[in-house]
Design a protein around this ligand. Sequence first.
Ligand SMILES: Cc1cc2nc3c(=O)[nH]c(=O)nc-3n(C[C@H](O)[C@H](O)[C@H](O)COP(=O)(O)OP(=O)(O)OC[C@H]3O[C@@H](n4cnc5c(N)ncnc54)[C@H](O)[C@@H]3O)c2cc1C
Ligand code: FES
Length: 288
Amino acid sequence: MTLLDRSPAPTPGDPMDPMLPRRFRISHTRQDTRDTWTLELEPVDGLPIGYAAGQFTMLDAFGVGEVPISISGDPTRPGPLEHTIRDVGVVTHALITAPTGAVLGVRGPFGTSWDVADGEGGDVVFVAGGIGLAPLRPALLEVVARRDRYNRVVLLYGARTPEDILFGDELRTWAKDHGVVVEVTVDNGQHAWRGRVGFVTQLVPRAGFDPRNTLALVCGPETMMGYVASGLVDRGVPENRVRLSMERNMKCGVGLCGHCQLRELFVCVDGPVHAYDQLVPLLASREL
Ligand SMILES: Cc1cc2nc3c(=O)[nH]c(=O)nc-3n(C[C@H](O)[C@H](O)[C@H](O)COP(=O)(O)OP(=O)(O)OC[C@H]3O[C@@H](n4cnc5c(N)ncnc54)[C@H](O)[C@@H]3O)c2cc1C
Ligand code: FES
């Protein structure tokens, strides 16, 4: 699925009705940081889900509620369906505390992808803030799996504190074994932290890449994405080569209910990954 592909409308009674959750069993839960866990899910019916980097599912903790969560696994390999979840409220808490073997509902995958192949032959710059690294991880794994197709690959990542850095071992592997330039900064570092302190936005003007031949993928809090995107454009990256993953409240996930509407866009089907040129007028106005 590419940018702006729309999901097909559901047909009533269709066994593939996107409103019907499929049953997945939790095979493993890994604590990544103090408030973030990764769930590995296996389909109860044995039929795996295919997905593209950047897509999300609606995860249902039965009896508690359903929330949109990006898929954080490796789209280039078969394996469990992975989601990395920050414990912020009722449903996310129910998901991360569900025991191994518990059954969850999964609808999807939904939405547009990072379409990282669009960056082949050029540089790719990933910019992540906080939990935003999780939705970018599938795209990073895709680039790393086909590393020879890309020139310079840069990851700029900002976390709140050193303890909040996600996927630390992988960051080191991507840098050491795959030639990814990884720059990490934290908002607050204690004495033991010898790395950078400051916002990820400050890394953009200094990062080495060829702006005219770059695909930039950005995920994090909306304000951070706005600053990063305009910083990338100031460096000379064309607006349509900067992609942002937007978050909005979602209910149906398939363009029916309007909960995720961002003026003329439905984030669940027109996004979550949008090209920046589409978003410029929307990000400029408040209260959307
Ligand atoms: C397309 C998409 C992909 C997402 N991917 C991920 C992911 O990979 N990992 C992940 O942890 N979360 C992700 N989210 C956010 C996740 O859906 C919310 O954190 C979740 O819905 C909160 O539900 P809750 O019942 O646990 O919390 P609630 O009780 O609904 O909210 C608790 C607190 O979290 C805040 N909150 C709720 N939703 C969001 C949000 N979307 N962004 C920021 N703060 C929010 C609320 O304002 C409130 O303060 C994604 C959201 C979207 C739309
Ligand atoms: S979540 Fe229902 S229209 Fe997008």
